[in-house]
Each structure stands twice: as C-alpha cells, then as structure tokens.
Design a protein around this ligand. Structure first.
Ligand SMILES: [Zn+2]
Length: 213
C-alpha cells in the first residue's frame, strides 16, 4: 500500500526527491520501496509507477536492437504484393512513400518520419542511455536530455499503429484483388510484439534514478 501526500507549498529538494507523481493522473505519492519483480501501482488509475526487473537494461538493449534491425529490413523488403487479372506488383514501404505526387507528396516525409525515423531515433536514444547503466559506469553525456527526448518522441512513434492500419486495409483489399504479405509485413508483425515487450519491461522510474548525478 503506498501513501498519497497532501499538497504542501514549501518542500525542500530532499523532500521532493521522496515524491513520485503518477504519469497518467498526476496523483503524488511518497515514493515506496519496491523490491525487484514487484510493482507499485497508482491507487486511482492503476498505472504502473515503479516496476524494477532483474537485468532489465540488458534485455531492453537486446529488444531495442532487434527492433532497429527489423525496421531497417522492413524499409526495403517488399511489404505486400497485389495481384489482379494475372498481374502482380510487390512494393516496399520506401517505394510506397515516394509514390505520392502533387499535394499528397507532403505525406512522404510524414510516413517516413512516423513509422521509420522517429521509432529508430527513440530506440537509439534508449540504447545510448542504457549502455553505461548496465556497465555500472556514470551516465553518458546529456543522458537525461536524451531519455527525456526519447520519452517525448513516444506518442509520435507509430510503427505499430501503421502495422494495425495495414492489417485492416488488407482485409478490405482482399475482396478486390489477390493480396499476399511480403517479408516486411512479417517483420512489422514481429516488431509490434517486441515493442509491447519493450514497453512492459521498461521501468522509467528506475532509469531516471540511474541517471541521477
Ligand atoms: Zn494515476
């Protein structure tokens, strides 16, 4: 059971260090002691506040590296192939994003940013922050800013949303043409699962604590 704190106007830095706010509903708690493999939940909205895991840093780096490899592959391998009337055409995500012309050309940088470059940037920043932590070394230069940026980029990282959108579109298209999935589609399916694993393993509170001077 964790205790909520009544609002106070004058708190010292030490007292502020002992507080944790729920990232979802902003309810403030006195930071509880949480052992490895235990979880502290927000009493109001049940968001996980602290969930330290054994060797989480190494596993997160492994998962993030796997996603980076899968996204790189998914950029260039055929995503799907569409056939009708005996003709088949396979295309990759990069080829598709450059297929827009006229006013729709503005979608090209947006697609590439949201489903490829922002997810990759977020994962590279996470690996940059975590490598010194798992080696028990001092944080990397600007590690706090790097982790904050990685967190800020999270809502803009839409690789998994793209994969779900494609799955819905494929169901609709299958009535009109013969649609088959290419290697890139399976890569996106795999990275969607790894994204979920990465998020469930990451204890943001533990990472912030590791980055304290
Ligand atoms: Zn909450």
């Amino acid at each position: 059971m964790i205790q909520t704190r009544a609002p106070q106007s004058h708190l010292s830095d030490d007292e502020l260090d002992q507080l944790i706010a729920c990232p979802h509903c902003d309810l403030v708690y006195a930071t509880p002691q949480v052992a490895r493999n235990e979880r502290a939940y927000c009493q109001r909205c049940h968001t996980t506040l602290i969930a330290p895991r054994r060797r989480a840093g190494k596993r997160l780096i492994a998962l993030a590296s796997s996603i980076l490899i899968l996204i790189t592959g998914a950029m260039f391998f055929p995503f799907l192939s569409i056939g009708a009337g005996g003709l088949h055409h396979g295309t990759s995500i990069v080829q598709t994003s450059f297929a827009f012309t006229g006013m729709l050309a503005i979608l090209t940088p947006a697609i590439l940013a949201f489903i490829i470059f922002i997810p990759m940037a977020r994962l590279i920043l996470l690996i940059y922050v975590l490598v010194p932590i798992i080696q028990d070394k001092p944080p990397a230069p600007l590690a706090r800013q790097a982790f904050r940026l990685a967190e800020d980029l999270t809502p803009w990282s839409m690789a998994e949303i793209f994969a779900i959108g494609c799955a819905v579109a494929l169901v609709k298209l299958s009535d009109l043409a013969e649609v088959s999935l290419g290697p890139a589609a399976w890569m996106f399916a795999a990275l969607m699962i790894i994204f979920v694993l990465t998020d469930s393993l990451m204890c943001r509170y533990s990472i912030w604590k590791s980055l304290e001077p």
